[in-house]
Design a protein around this ligand. Sequence first.
Ligand code: ADP
Ligand code: MN
Ligand code: MN
Ligand code: MN
Ligand code: MN
Length: 359
Amino acid sequence: MAEVPYISNTVNLQKYLQLDQRGAVILEYVWIDASGGTRSKCKTVKEKPTSVKDLAEWNFDGSSTGQAPGDNSDVYLRPVAMYPDPFRLGDNLLVLCETWMSDGKPNAYNFRHDAAVHMEKNASEEFWFGLEQEYTLLDAFGWPYGWPKNGFPAPQGPYYCGNGTGKVFCRDIVEAHYKACLFAGLEISGTNAEVMPAQWEYQIGPCTGINLGDHMWMSRFILHRVAEEFGAKVTFNPKPIPGDWNGAGLHSNVSTKLMREDGGMKHIEKAMESLAKRHKEHMKVYGEGNEARMTGAHETASYDKFTWGIANRAASVRVNRACADEGKGYFEDRRPASNADPYQITGMIVETLCGKIDG
Ligand code: ADP
Ligand code: MN
Ligand code: MN
Ligand code: MN
Ligand code: MN
């Protein structure tokens, strides 16, 4: 039996959202779980925090999320960033947290810590990242939203950047998510309908260093929460529908200060040499199930081999035409799958371009 869809009554909800909180502030603590999802819980504080330093450490039951054993289940939540809450409005905040264990080590799913060390160590490189998050919206039965119940829509072609009934599905969710991200102060730089119907993309960036991962994870949390209100499910599965349907990626655009300056192309070429040498290591953190997506068809490269080229959408890394013409700019690593962790992607890129860090 498929579950019965529950559509929340947002009209009734409005009445309560407007109630005065009498000076109290609600903090929604958000963290990343063991399966690449987000979890959150909230608490009341009496004073409005003005910076992350004002936010107390908290904890949760890691045995209930597969993040800790039952006999040592406390996982600590350490606030690292805060954003205006687009769901509760007012002074309420979303609080992004790292997860830590009682022995003073990062939780096994805390990939931010390591990435932040790389970003800090190489701050003088002034890394900018811009990631293109593709995702698919499913109905309550797990089938792409708007697709015929026991069948398939017409072949791909009319859907990418499409307008009109039957060409796009769930634009309301996409618009709501876009505005909610802007309200939260996230660097969301655009959105577009994708090649497969019910598949969409938005871009986060350019952001400096660790901020990219922070903004990307908070935008994912917001997407899940918005879709929940509309009775849709978000999947980041890199190949949600097998066959002649596009997969979903997380194209990662990268530049350093030197790449953005005159003569930057030679630094991009140097980066390509470094990336080629560590292709396997990158693929290990570029998402689960990415083999099904990276077939060499549907605007992807082969899974096993590193290639790069100007304006080439079938290469592992594409350098855009404008960049090649101007001799400076950024490159696009097209390998990461939609479900990859942005901290792991950006951390690995910095490690490959700048070298490992001891300890
Ligand atoms: P595509 O043509 O591959 O669809 P998009 O327009 O979707 O590209 O995304 C391009 C991304 O590149 C945006 O997220 C943008 O923020 C990012 N970007 C632009 N300039 C730079 C730069 N110099 N360094 C890193 N990222 C950049
Ligand atoms: Mn309890
Ligand atoms: Mn794009
Ligand atoms: Mn795309
Ligand atoms: Mn792209």
